[in-house]
Design a protein around this ligand. Sequence first.
Ligand code: NAP
Length: 248
Amino acid sequence: MTKVVIVTGGSRGIGAATARLAALEGYAVGVNYRQDAGAAGEVVREIESAGGRALAVRADVGSEEEVERLFDEVEAGLGRVTALVNNAGVLERQTRVEEMDAARLTRVLTTNVIGSFLCAGAAVRRMSTRHGGAGGVIVTVSSRAAVLGSPGEYVDYAASKGAVDTLTVGLAREVAAEGIRVCGVRPELIETEIHALGGEPRRVTRLAPGIPMGRGGSPEEVARAILWLLSEEASYVTGALLDVGGGR
Ligand code: NAP
């Protein structure tokens, strides 16, 4: 059976690294993005020039209709979806809880929590044996922030990742007998553009000395953990949260 994976937020950072590695491991890849069509198109071109199959699909994971269209377009273009990497995530400028308004909280929770739920639900409706599907795997991309709390930076983002962890554990048990495994990775301090969104592009350099391994991680190091969880090598692993954080 052809392996088809949707990677949400696949246009850059951890998502792009996961899309590229998945293609090398034989997956046809749905590369989802929200606004940067050029970056998503570049990931698709790289995959195709290495002999793989990929399709870029614009969709906001916080929108029910757009998530449905994402899955439909990937299935029409690449085939039945067998895996989902729930990777799309956002944070906003570093601040304290007393400065956060409802508009900001809504933006962060809509992408990180509602988006993860909507994509997971769309995947289950297609993969679950309960719905006539052939099974599959979902990997959520959480964060060590779920445990550390990100004080003084973005407690809202950290809390959203706590919700993603609970989704992972609960959904894993809900669909375990329906052919679907659900696992999560919890990266910490990875070199991507997300830190610029928080207003500190050099955040990894500042905080690296506090990581037991003494350095930040690369998107590829997270991608390898995700691909292992997606693979048959992890066939008895579900509901697990794998920390990818250099010991922190
Ligand atoms: P990034 O470089 O900022 O990339 C984020 C990706 O998500 C982009 O492709 C972006 O697409 C997409 N995206 C954002 N909002 C979206 C939405 N509503 N719908 C669809 N796509 C959306 O981030 P990253 O660092 O690779 O992070 C990826 C995941 O890892 C996130 O869930 C993040 O919380 C988690 N994580 C990162 C770190 C770290 O240190 N980097 C640590 C722990 C966890 P557009 O560019 O088109 O908007």
